[in-house]
Design a protein around this ligand. Sequence first.
Ligand code: GLN
Length: 191
Amino acid sequence: MKIGVLALQGAFREHKQMLERCGAKVCEVRKTEELEGLDGLVLPGGESTTIGKLMVKFGLLEKIQERYAEGMAIYGTCAGMILLCRDIIGSDQPRLGLFGARVRRNAFGRQRESFEADLFVPEMEAGEKPIRAVFIRAPYLEKVGPDVQVLAEVNGKAVIARQGKILTTSFHPELTNDDRIHQYFLKMVTE
Ligand code: GLN
């Protein structure tokens, strides 16, 4: 199983470390050729407008869409979630648009620039021992399409969601020691 981490900007090193800890073979992706042969791709948090512009510049948007159509799984955290969504409220920034949801950026408000929350996620073996989620200028999904399964919410807003081979989280599990979300993604990749 070979997993790529988009390494244009943002928290990609932490994802790489966590995926390696989970036993995956991981490579950094900056060029279209580096997407060949990948079973899964992680889009890290960072600044979605910056990452999106760089993806356009390097021809990565089309190539990722193409590899997804061929069966590559994708996991987007925070900015990565935004880049996957079809509809970004108030923005025409570049995106992959593969995930059938409407996302709001910086959605939790200024006074809550960053915060932590405990999430109970039975699908991720976190029914009893919650996942500690770190939110940093985080988005949430305001509306999801019929193919999207919401796995966790904060204040009634979706913060973990899945659509087939795509997983999205509003927060940063790579900044904690808890690898259950990465384990879940790796399981998705092999399904
Ligand atoms: N607010 C950022 C954006 O809109 C995302 C923040 C993050 O990835 N931690 O791109």
